[in-house]
Design a protein around this ligand. Structure first.
Ligand code: HEC
Length: 140
């Protein structure tokens, strides 16, 4: 019995800080990747946008796309909010596609319309980050 409890708390001690570290380090990386997208937009570097948004899209789907996986990283009291991750992943996916379509000129539009559509989609991606931070992270 004692052994079991000891083992339980050891597992807990090991697991809890690791998953918290995981979430924070993944978020910091996501922030860096999104900042790269923003820099490319500001510089009107089309190839840079394409490369950075593709990298960001992949990582954001891995981190946010599976609510069970995200729940594991959240502290105990917040696990029930994990579905917000999937919601954000969908918003991000939708807007990444708008950006990629604009770059590929899928709808045969002028340069300025495509740039504006892509830039607006970028701000909606930022909004998905803020939205979740407001609901899940920030408590004040
Ligand atoms: C599903 C909810 C959720 C979404 C979506 C989300 N985050 Fe987070 N984010 C969190 C939580 C929770 C933390 C707190 C993690 C911690 O420090 O333990 C956090 C922390 C961070 C941090 C660390 C800040 C700090 O120093 O405390 C950064 C950077 C960050 N997020 C960037 C982003 C970016 C960029 C996006 C959008 C692409 C995003 N996040 C989307 C929940 C989310």
């Amino acid at each position: 019995m004692l052994k079991k409890t000891l083992l339980g708390s050891l597992v807990f001690l090991l697991y809890a800080p690791l998953s918290a570290y995981d979430l924070r380090s993944n978020m910091l990386q996501l922030g860096e990747e999104l900042a790269e997208v923003q820099r490319s937009f500001i510089a009107s570097d089309k190839q840079g946008v394409k490369e950075s948004i593709t990298r960001f899209a992949k990582h954001s789907q891995v981190l946010l796309g599976d609510k069970d996986n995200f729940a594991k990283m959240l502290p105990v009291g917040k696990k029930r909010k994990a579905h917000e991750a999937e919601m954000s992943a969908q918003i991000i996916k939708h807007n990444v596609q708008i950006i990629l379509d604009a770059i590929d000129n899928k709808h045969n539009q002028s340069g300025i319309v495509r740039r504006e559509e892509a830039q607006r989609a970028y701000t909606y991606i930022e909004h998905a980050c803020f939205r979740c931070h407001n609901i899940v992270r920030d408590e004040y």
